[in-house]
Ligand binder design. Structure first.
Ligand code: 5AD
Length: 347
């Protein structure tokens, strides 16, 4: 799909025409990755962060947040819950925390891979190449690192570089691919200053990078960040400003399915946060094929507050059975995937 076409879909708001986009994305999803919805158990192992991202509640400058780091026993207990729940993958995520030593995490990855049938996805931020290589060698299968926006000026304003830092996040993604990781990325939708053209270029970059996984979600202001306050350095892009809405998020999910037909695409927690139970079902029927239920112990989960009001996507814990992911999946006539649910490669 060409830039102009993507742009015109992003600007489309006629419900009849949008229905065609949803249906086309759903059809391509069915033809390429099938009806199975893969569940990934999400474990948020640390909220310590050395970064000063102006959008994120975990930023180092947020002194009001209690910080935690899970220990090996706590992590392994949650990993076994993922096995018991029948998931094929555990996603081990943290803020950018150099208190997580690469050797220590490599040991955890090795344990998960030898003691369980799970695939391991890591999401540990912009770690040095030697850490990424060590974790890959230890058996990690996949790595998630959102580039957040492909617009270099906007990126620098929302994601200040660390002293001496050379690489833009998007330049780390080819390194991950070279190391043999299945590689995932994505963006936030509706960050002040993000215009339609820049979001269209984000979607084209997903394709250019040949991403294996693409996760997108609406920007949700956090009051303890510059962007959640009046002193935000970001000015909205006038009439070209992308709104941080459910429908815009669904458009990006659908367009991503059309440009990256084989990718694994989650219906994300941020989407669920702005539209509750309905958000996940909408994502799954408009191009997505993955859900990431949160297995982090509730006391820690509350502290992993990248944005306020974060939904708890759970199919056995905090929510009632009626809210469970399994039920949403059967309500839309889909099935829960089995196995690790890695990227498929078409004929
Ligand atoms: N609103 C929405 N998404 C956010 N993220 C971080 N802060 C926010 C926010 N305020 C997303 C970023 C990051 C992921 C872990 O969470 O895309 O990569």
């Amino acid at each position: 799909m060409r830039y102009e076409k993507i742009l015109s879909w992003l600007r489309e708001d006629d419900p009849v025409r949008l229905k065609r986009l949803w249906d086309r994305a759903d059809e391509v999803r069915r033809e390429t990755v099938g009806d199975a919805v893969h569940l990934r158990g999400l474990l948020e192992i640390s909220n310590h962060c050395c970064r000063m991202c102006t959008y994120c509640g975990l930023r180092a400058g947020n002194l009001t947040l209690d910080r935690y780091r899970m220990d090996e026993n706590e992590i392994m207990a949650c990993v076994f819950q993922a096995v018991a729940a029948g998931y094929g993958t555990v996603v081990v995520q943290a803020a950018e925390d150099y208190g997580i030593e690469s050797r220590w995490l490599a040991g955890i990855v090795r344990r998960i891979r030898s003691e369980t049938p799970l695939a391991v996805t890591l999401s540990m931020g912009e770690r040095p190449g030697k850490d990424l290589a060590r974790w890959r060698k230890a058996g990690a299968d996949r790595y998630l690192l959102r580039f957040e926006t492909s617009d270099p000026a906007l990126y620098r304003r929302i994601h200040p570089a660390k002293p001496g830092e050379a690489l833009h996040r998007k330049d780390i993604l080819p390194i991950l691919k070279q190391l043999g990781y299945e590689t995932g990325s994505g963006v936030m939708i509706g960050v002040p200053g993000q215009d339609y053209g820049s979001l269209a270029r984000d979607i084209l970059l997903f394709r250019h990078l040949d991403l294996d996984m693409v996760g997108v979600g609406p920007f949700i202001p956090h009051p303890a960040t510059p962007m959640g306050q009046d002193r935000s350095p970001m000015k909205p892009a006038g009439k070209n400003q992308v709104p941080a809405t459910e429908v815009m998020t669904c458009k990006v999910i659908a367009l991503t399915r059309l440009v990256c037909p084989e990718a694994n695409i989650p219906a994300t927690t941020a989407l669920a946060t702005i539209s509750a139970a309905d958000g996940i079902k909408k994502g799954l029927t408009r191009g997505a094929n993955v859900v990431m239920p949160n297995l982090t112990p509730p006391t820690y989960q509350r502290l992993y507050a990248v944005y306020p009001g974060k939904a708890c996507i759970s199919d056995n814990g905090a929510h009632t059975e009626a809210d469970g992911v399994h039920r949403w999946i059967s309500e839309i006539g889909r099935s829960v995937g089995s196995g690790q649910g890695g990227r498929r490669h078409g004929p």
